[in-house]
Design a protein. Structure first.
Length: 264
């Protein structure tokens, strides 16, 4: 009968050889490596896809900015009529240079808080009733105080300006308070409801009036529109691509370390 030496009971190896340092430290199992590689592959592909999407969005946004600047500098065209209202979008109509004619409804003027190159004050938004009975809200321009607003004579007027889409709700976390006459955004529908205007006859946009050098002193200052679009897509794309590289780098490092452990 063979005997078992006392030392062989505690060496942890069937052939009597001492455990290696890697075995003592419980190395990563094959299952973990497979799971990590699957996760890394999915994450890498996802980050690359998100980066590509941001690149595409950037191309679209730059094209939109170029079109908006071209529209704003073009000759003024007629306002989109009632039949076109449902199809109006930012990409197709924002900053379109338009012209309009009609009578101002000065009693329905609304003042929206503004911060402009002229200082802080208000935008003077006044409904314009056109010959066909439809209404469009005109941002006549900037006034430092509500009391500074001058309506002028009630006569037929002609004007031009940039078409802007409604700004529902509020601005920068501040909600409009129609009941308190506190307005922070140019919300066309909310203004119409507060002034009792017929919604069905109201255009779903407003017009930023052009600067009028012949306007009497004291009238709102027009032509202060800043053409601006949120465009951080390049930063986002770089972020997603960087995360993809980090995942790839971490995976390569992990596999390299495991390979070192198993070298004879």
């Amino acid at each position: 009968m063979s005997s078992i030496s006392p030392d062989s009971k505690h060496n942890g190896s069937p052939n009597g050889e001492p455990l290696s340092l890697d075995e003592v430290k419980n190395p990563r199992k094959r299952g973990f490596l497979i799971a990590w590689c699957i996760f890394a592959t999915i994450a890498f592909a996802g980050f690359i896809a998100l980066g590509n999407w941001q690149v595409e969005r950037r191309v679209w946004k730059l094209d939109l900015i170029e079109r908006a600047e071209t529209r704003s500098q073009a000759a003024a065209v007629a306002l989109p009529g009632r039949a076109e209202w449902p199809s109006i979008t930012a990409s197709s109509h924002e900053y379109l240079h338009v012209q309009a004619a009609g009578h101002f409804l000065h009693k329905a003027a609304t003042f929206v808080q503004a911060n402009t190159s002229q200082g802080t004050g208000f935008w003077a938004l006044v409904p314009l009733q056109q010959a066909d009975g439809t209404l469009v809200i005109i941002n006549r321009g900037f006034v430092a105080k509500k009391e500074d607003y001058q309506s002028g004579p009630d006569v037929q007027v002609e004007l031009s300006g940039l078409l802007r889409l409604s700004e529902p709700g509020g601005s920068r976390g501040r909600k409009n308070e129609p009941e308190n006459e506190r307005w922070f955004s140019r919300d066309v529908e909310a203004i119409a409801k507060a002034r009792g205007l017929p919604i069905d006859d109201l255009a779903p946009y407003f017009i930023d009036a052009d600067y009028n050098p012949s306007a009497p002193s004291g009238e709102p200052i027009g032509g202060l529109t800043i053409i601006s679009f949120y465009n951080h897509h390049l930063v986002y794309a770089i972020t997603w691509y960087t995360l993809a590289l980090m995942v790839a780098g971490a995976t390569a490092y992990l596999l390299r370390e495991e390979r070192k452990k198993h070298k004879p």
